[in-house]
Design a binder for this molecule. Structure first.
Ligand code: NAP
Length: 314
């Protein structure tokens, strides 16, 4: 298996939809670490590589590949990860890593037993301000935090009925991005106290949610999610500490302390950084499967009150 830094890894991509076209394909094309040799999608194809209707057909009949990147919706992804690992391929998965915690958790051990890499990616953790926020918060005492993640479903998920079906996560699909950042920058682990989840009468998953969480010691952390925000979008995390207030805005891109903008690392782009990280994991023989954001979403569903709200149509 070619794993020297000089040899690009041969990649197959699965699930050619919005995020594959917007982010994965351009990032792979620009990556020195990967060459796209195959794609698997039921309806779509990618120019310049071998195309297959399913991952199984790609693995059985396709060109030799070293790694697979899975960009389908979360429901049913575990079957694809198992198939790819069983065929001896390294695997990167889009967020959320699966539809349930229990279906994904054992796959890390499957990968490690087979000497393969499993990378459960969290693209928002690659935003430019996240590393600097983690460093600033590392030795502060946190008094409270507020996460506000409000976006327009019609802009970011046009016509994606799957997202409001059972297992589609609803507004927790973007909300889990906020939780992926929060779990990366807060020095202690969060847990969920309760909340309210608003589900449209004609759908199975939430369109809005208000969740109360806390840090060990009791500092409250609120999570405010809304899928019906038009105009300016809000992807903000505010953390009040004993030494000032940190605010991450624009989905983790910009960082402020007490109102003053802070220097961050270079903005290399979230997806180019993800593919670089995937290559580094493969070449180092390691996996990265952090399920804490998924666990928090599962817990929010467990302890929140559900209310029915007006029907939603795209
Ligand atoms: P999408 O536009 O619906 O694309 C997903 C593709 O997966 C579909 O086009 C479909 O292609 C394939 N697919 C396979 N099984 C499917 C099923 N049961 N239902 C629906 N499609 C299925 O969705 P997306 O926005 O790219 O999101 C995919 C993943 O990326 C999600 O986990 C999402 O959280 C994540 N993501 C999305 C965004 C965003 O802004 N949209 C940003 C970051 C991450 P075929 O019909 O050809 O098989």
């Amino acid at each position: 298996m070619p794993q020297s830094p000089e040899t690009p890894l041969r990649l197959g991509i699965v699930g050619i939809g919005k995020i594959a076209r917007d982010q994965h394909l351009p990032s792979i094309a620009a990556s020195p670490d990967f060459t796209l040799v195959a794609a698997a999608s039921r309806h779509a194809t990618v120019d310049g590589c071998a195309n297959f209707p399913t991952i199984e057909a790609m693995l059985a009949d396709g060109p030799t590949i070293d790694a697979v990147s899975i960009c389908t919706p979360p429901h049913g992804r575990d079957r694809m990860v198992r198939a790819a690992l069983a065929a001896g391929k390294h695997v990167m998965i889009e967020k959320p890593p699966g539809a349930t915690v229990a279906e994904i958790a054992p796959l890390r051990h499957h990968a490690e037993a087979a000497g393969l890499t499993l990378f459960a990616s969290w693209h928002s953790r690659e935003a430019a301000g996240v590393d600097a926020a983690r460093a600033w918060l590392a030795d502060r005492t946190i008094r409270r935090a507020a996460i506000t993640w409000r976006e327009d479903i019609r802009v970011w998920h046009p016509g994606q009925d799957w997202i409001l079906e059972a297992g589609g996560f609803g507004v927790f699909d973007p909300g889990i991005n906020a939780l992926s950042i929060a779990t990366a920058i807060l020095p202690l682990d969060l847990c969920v106290d309760g909340g309210t989840i608003a589900v449209p009468e004609n759908r199975a998953s939430p369109i809005a949610a208000r969740i109360a969480m806390r840090l060990p010691g009791g500092a409250p952390v609120s999570l405010d999610l809304d899928f019906l925000q038009t105009g300016q979008q809000s992807w903000n995390i505010e953390v009040e500490t004993d030494a000032g207030t940190l605010v991450l805005t624009e989905g983790g891109k910009r960082l402020f302390v007490d109102g003053a903008e802070q220097a961050t690392g270079p903005d290399a782009g979230e997806y180019p950084r993800l593919y670089r990280r995937f290559a580094t994991l493969i070449r180092g023989g390691r996996s990265d499967v952090d399920l804490r954001p998924l666990q928090l979403v599962a817990d929010a569903f467990l302890v929140s009150r559900q209310e029915r709200v007006a029907p939603f149509d795209f």
